[in-house]
Design a protein. Sequence first.
Length: 403
Amino acid sequence: MNLGNGVHLSYCSNIHPGESWAEVRANFDRYVLAVRDRLLSEGDFGIGLRLSARAATELADPAVLAEFRNFLSRNRLYVFTLNGFPYGTFHGTRVKEAVYLPDWRDPQRLHYTNLLADLLAELLPQALPGEPAVEGSVSTVPGAFKPALGGPQDLALMVEHLLCHVAHLLALRARTGRLIALALEPEPHCFLETIAETRVFFQQSLHGPAAVRRLTELTGLDPVAAARALHDHLGVCLDLCHAAVEFEDPADCIAGLAQAGIRVHKMQISAGLRLPTLAADALAALQRFDDPVYLHQVVQRGPGGISRFVDLPEAFASLQGPTADLEWRVHFHVPIFLDRLGPFGSTQSFIREVLAIQRERPVSAHLEVETYTWGVLPEPFRSGTVDAAVARELAWVRTELGA
C-alpha cells in the first residue's frame, strides 16, 4: 500500500509455501487477493515478492513474465520489493543454517541476486504523472552464517561479489532508468549480526576507499560518482525481530545507521519471543517452539553480559534450571499484533518504538511485515485463516503509523 510520502507497506509472500513459479503464482490467487480485499476498497496493493532461484528462473521466461505483469495490472497489485534471502526450499523441510546458502562467498548468490534485480526492474510500477518513480529493493543474507566463515579470503570474496552486484545494478539503471538497491539483513549468529558490526563492515569494506576504487574499475565511474553509487545501491534491511533479539536500542540503532551513512532500504516488521525471566512455566512452554525447520537463535542477557546460542536446543542445554536473573530473546517470528503469548511476551514494544520514529520521519520507504512461521507456530497462537492474520498485522501497522 502506498502510505504517502513515498512510503510503501506490504507483507512478504515468503509466508506462503511455494518454490516453483506455478506455486508462487497460485498463492496470489489463493492468498494475496484475499488480503488485498480485507484491507483496501480502492487503490493499489503492494506486495513483497519472494522468489526462490527456481521460481526466478521460471518467471524470467518472457511469456510468463508478461502474464504476471498483466495479472498485477488487472488486480490493482504492484511489486516494489523482493525477498532474495532464501535461495532454495523454505518450507516443509529442514532449513536451519542452509537458509544462508549459497552465501555471498559463492558466485551463485551473485548470479541469483542479479536475476532478481533484472526481474524487479520489469515489475516495478510506472510512476504516475507528477510523482517520483518507485525505487526497488532486494533483501539478502547478511554475508554468511558466522560459524561457516574462515579467514580474510572469505571477507574478500563477499566484498568482491557485492561490488560486482552494484556494478550490475548501475548497468541496469542505465538501461531501464530503475534504481534498485540491495539490502543486507543483519541476523543473529551471522556475519552481520549487530548494528555495530554492520557499521564497521560498511564503513571499512563497502563504502570505504578500497570499495570506491574497485567500483571505478568495474564501471568506469569517477570516484565521486562511485562513492555515491555505493550509498545508493548498498544498504540494509532492518528486521525488527532480529534487532530486538540482539537487545539493540530502537532509537540508537536507527541513529547509528544514519550516522554511518547506511540507508535502510527495507524495514521488515516482525516480532520475536521475549522471556524476561526464565521461569519454569515459560521454559516448558518454549519447548513447543523448538521446531525442526528453522533456526531459532537465542540471545541471553544477564549479570555476566550477553551470551548467544545458535538454536533453542543449545540454549536449553546451557541451563541448570529456572532462573530469575536471565532474560532470553528468541528468533521465532510471532504475530506482531500479540504482545503476550502465554507465559512469555513478544518484542512488540520494540516495533512500537521504531514505528513511532517512522511516523515522525521515515526511516525506510519500504515496510514489510514478515511472519513466515505460520506453519510451525504452536496451535494456540495460530487461529483463523492466514489471509485474515496477515490483514490484521498490516492493519495493526497502519494504526501504529497513524495511516
